[in-house]
Design a protein around this ligand. Structure first.
Ligand code: KG4
Ligand code: ZN
Length: 348
């Protein structure tokens, strides 16, 4: 059927995201974040996130319906993130989605969070760039506090392949941990970005994870950021021990450069190796100013078309989940049966 009205629920991490779409038209995108509650711990606390989802769920659904100007009885289907993500957090979204589907007697679609990030690019509406439609195949680089993955998307609803992912920390997590080392508050990404603006990105040569020839053979499209984080911590510690002042802006700029360099080297390599002249970015780390700049430069030099959805659709949100659900419906996919569960390691 054409242009179904879909309500999407996203709770894989710390954002309670409720989105409503009609086909590819964005009607509302409500996000309640428990970020502030995690700040004093320096990272997302799963138990706290799950509890916050439970509290935010019903108000967020009401807010999304009001913003979209539709009633619950008009909803044609529910889409929900069933994984990957934090198990307890996912469970709240899955439970809410099933209850709604049963109460409204509408079909439910369990979807993959990472594929949802790609679906964000399909949405059109107020405040959303009216790019040409997403073309296939495309490479997607998804970078947030919870994941760092490279996907080959031949078709959003039937053919998505995971090329590689982080083998330890996510890139956003590395930003948060390094910010902590530098005495900057959580979330660290925006802080590092701010401080790095006046720093010299070539001041310190921090390691680029999994970029040596011996690693590339096995981990060509995989990432590693924990060695980088340790390297920054050691560098700062040694300066401190020597009684020297730490040039925070140079450290931030050099660290940011290392992350951005490795992310884009691998993403562009995937495009070139596989002959795919399109790169889509997604995830909260896409807010990074240097990442956007280098992405523009490198894709332009390599003849790759770069796509970056608006930031409100790059960070975790329910609209991208609804968009993917709508695509599944329009492609004639069967809905999920109610026996699916939250799967923290759900493959694409
Ligand atoms: O997608 P997102 O909102 O959701 C979670 O993963 O929870 O991403 C949040 C992550 C955090 O780790 C944050 O530090 C990072 O994205 N981030 C940034 C920037 N803004 C947010 N990282 C680098 N530069 C930024 N400007
Ligand atoms: Zn995400």
């Amino acid at each position: 059927r054409t242009d179904p009205l879909v309500l999407g629920i996203e709770t894989s991490c710390d954002e309670t995201g409720i989105g409503i779409v009609r086909g590819t038209t964005l009607l509302s995108n409500t996000i309640a974040s428990s970020m502030d509650e995690h700040a004093r711990y320096g990272g997302v606390v799963p138990e706290v996130a799950a509890r916050a989802h439970l509290e935010e769920m019903v108000p967020a659904i009401h807010a999304a319906l009001a913003e979209a100007g539709v009633g619950l009885n008009e909803i044609d289907a529910i889409a929900v993130t069933s994984g990957p993500g934090l198990a307890g957090a996912l469970m709240v979204g899955v439970g809410a989605a099933k209850s709604l589907a049963v109460a409204l007697d509408v079909p439910i679609y369990a979807v993959n969070h990472l594929v949802g990030h790609v679906g964000a690019d399909l949405l059109r509406g107020e405040g959303v760039t009216t790019d040409a439609p997403l073309e296939y195949p495309t490479i997607a680089l998804l970078v947030s506090g919870g994941h760092t993955s490279l996907l080959l998307v031949r078709d959003l609803v039937s053919d998505v392949e995971l090329l590689g992912e982080t083998i330890d920390d996510a890139a956003g997590e590395a930003f948060d941990k390094v910010a902590r080392v530098l005495g900057l508050p959580y979330p660290g990404g925006p802080q590092i970005d701010r401080v790095a603006a006046t720093g010299d990105p070539t001041a310190i040569r921090f390691p680029r994870g999994l970029s040596h020839q011996k690693d590339v053979a096995k981990h060509r499209y995989d990432f590693s950021f924990s060695g980088l984080k340790t390297s920054v911590a050691r560098w700062v510690e040694q300066k401190g021990d020597a009684g020297e002042t730490v040039p925070i802006d140079d450290v931030a700029a050099s660290f940011r450069e290392a992350v951005v360099d490795v992310l884009l080297t691998k993403a562009v390599a995937a495009c070139t190796d596989l002959g795919v002249p399109r790169l889509l970015l997604g995830g909260g780390v896409i807010a990074n100013a240097r990442l956007r700049q280098v992405a523009q430069e490198r894709t332009c030099a390599a003849g790759i078309a770069l796509r970056i959805p608006p930031l409100s659709l790059c960070t975790d949100n329910g609209a991208m989940i609804a968009a993917l659900g709508a695509q599944l419906i329009m492609a004639g996919h069967e809905p999920s049966t109610l026996d699916f569960g939250a799967d923290s390691t759900l493959p694409v």
